[in-house]
Write a protein that binds this ligand. Structure first.
Ligand code: NDP
Length: 312
């Protein structure tokens, strides 16, 4: 086993990068384990305009880059493309296994975020990557002058529908109710956009495929109207997210839906293990809350290490 580190952070999104900044600035040895490049889910977010102090907004990729550079400047270390496969308590601290290598840590902060939920309808799996997508930033340009559908009525669906109007000739926004969940100012932009057509009280029940491409999606009404086949070339799903909490499922207490339970200091049910950001059972999932929770978790982890409770 390599040397013992003070704080291991699992996940390099806004929560993990902020925790890394706070840990490293306090001169604790701080290592971020990240399966991709640092930045997390915001890398695929076109524009973020509700992070305070940036009235013009900034792309998610740039915010991720800056947060990474900021943490690195103060001495945080990064193990990129390193998946933490196991986490166990040992000797008063923790042992993480990543790429077959074990690392001992006095405190751990879990910032593993979430993954997009799937509809689970016929055609969805078969046409994933061939018309069905969960990332408008990645795949939007492939649908220039084409017709696409966005499924969902939350912030992600409405923001990504607006983004897709930069490429697609038409965006059908399909929502299962008659009222959007998204933030009001984003809704207003959506209602004002002539390229977006709203379909209320509808759920997709099948993604139609033909000879390797998507010619349409079958919509069912939630209010008893007849089924409708929309002709289009792309389907983008934004119907919520699942927490990436499997790593601690046998260790820490989880809330319904698999979210990691945390207290006001972001500590989980396991002393020495904190969680921050989208993986937690906190209600508001935003860059600003993830960053604040990462800072809180690191601050508390530092106090825990300094208190001498950890015997590692
Ligand atoms: P949300 O959970 O906020 O919204 C999911 C949407 O999908 C809801 O409108 C929901 O309908 C609909 N839905 C859920 N299941 C189904 C289904 N099986 N079939 C059809 N529709 C379905 O998820 P988001 O991904 O939009 O956002 C996740 C979190 O991230 C939220 O907290 C959000 O605020 C945040 N976020 C913030 C952003 C920002 O501030 N700029 C940008 C993106 C996300 P219903 O409304 O009926 O429940």
């Amino acid at each position: 086993m390599s040397e013992i580190i003070d704080i291991a952070i699992i996940g390099g999104g806004p929560a993990g990068l902020t925790a890394a900044l706070y840990g490293a600035r306090a001169r604790a040895s701080t290592v971020v384990f990240e399966t991709q490049l640092p930045g997390g889910a915001i890398i695929t977010t076109d524009w973020i305009e509700n992070y305070p102090g940036m009235p013009e907004g900034l792309s998610g990729a740039r915010i991720g880059e800056l947060m990474h550079a900021h943490a690195e400047k103060f001495g945080a270390q990064f193990r990129t493309f390193a998946k933490v496969e196991a986490l166990r308590q040992e000797g008063g601290g923790f042992v993480l296994t990543a790429d077959g290598e074990e690392t001992a840590a006095r405190a751990v902060i879990l910032c593993t975020g979430s993954v997009p939920r799937k509809m689970g309808v016929p055609g969805e799996a078969e046409y994933t990557g061939r018309g069905v997508s969960w990332c408008a930033t990645c795949d939007g340009a492939l649908f220039r002058d084409k017709v696409v559908a966005v499924i969902g009525g939350g912030d992600a669906a409405v923001e990504e529908a607006l983004f897709l109007t930069k490429f697609a000739s038409k965006v059908h926004l399909i929502h299962r109710r008659d009222e959007l969940r998204a933030t009001k100012c984003i809704q207003e932009r959506c209602f004002d956009n002539e390229r977006i057509e709203l379909h209320w009280n509808r759920v997709p029940v099948e993604v139609r495929g033909h000879e390797g491409r998507v010619p349409g999606v079958l919509l069912q009404s939630t209010t008893g109207e007849p089924d409708e086949l929309l002709e289009l070339q792309g389907v983008f799903e934004f119907i919520g997210v699942h927490p990436n909490s499997e790593l601690v499922a046998r260790l820490a207490e989880l809330a319904d839906g698999g979210w990691v339970k945390v207290d006001a200091t972001m500590m989980t049910s396991v002393p020495g293990l904190w969680a921050a950001g989208d993986v937690t059972d906190t209600p508001l999932k935003q860059v600003v809350t993830a960053a604040g929770q990462g800072a809180t978790a690191a601050f508390e982890a530092l106090r825990y290490i300094d208190s001498g409770v950890c015997t590692l």
